[in-house]
Design a protein around this ligand. Structure first.
Ligand SMILES: [Fe+2]
Length: 166
């Protein structure tokens, strides 16, 4: 489920207006929750995929999980730079992220590929919304962070979805 949670803010000499910083921190914490979810789901796929294409898929899903850790760090540290409190606890992640949940019964490669492609597409769509919202809030640097993450997410989306095409 997705809700708006208010996080505390620290005193800072950062020159962006408070309203802008607070809006950005909320967006960053929401997309951080999504990145943590994507990382957990990619590990779920990494551990459980089976079939003749086991090894390349096992490695592909692990690389998505590794990238998701980098995306999480990038967004979390931008929230910190804006004087925000980073909210990456499991309870907050569940509360903030509304990405589709990952089925526990999946075994076959096609099922995992489809689910990971859907999850990455959903994450990409949410990032596009956050790029726009950060721009409207007047924070181009946060917009740039989301853009960097979105570009990388789209590349992993391509690597996963390509298995279902052609
Ligand atoms: Fe592993």
């Amino acid at each position: 489920m997705s809700t708006t949670i208010s996080t505390p803010h620290l005193q800072t000499r950062h020159t962006l207006p408070d309203g802008t910083r607070h809006a950005s921190v909320e967006l960053l914490n929401a997309r951080l929750a999504d990145a943590i979810m994507v990382g957990l789901q990619a590990k779920q796929a990494h551990w459980n995929v089976r079939g003749p294409r086991f090894l390349p898929l096992h490695e592909l899903f692990d690389s998505v999980a590794e990238h998701a850790r980098e995306w999480a760090d990038l967004m979390a540290e931008r929230a910190g730079a804006l004087g925000g409190v980073v909210d990456g606890t499991p309870a907050s992640v569940i509360e903030r992220s509304d990405l589709p949940t990952y089925p526990t019964e999946l075994i076959d490669a096609d099922g995992h590929i489809e689910r990971m492609a859907e999850v990455l597409a959903s994450f990409s769509r949410r990032l596009l919304g956050s790029i726009e919202a950060a721009g409207e809030a007047g924070d181009p640097a946060t917009e740039d962070v989301f853009t960097e993450v979105a570009r990388a997410v789209d590349q992993d989306f391509w690597f996963v979805e390509a298995h279902t095409q052609g």
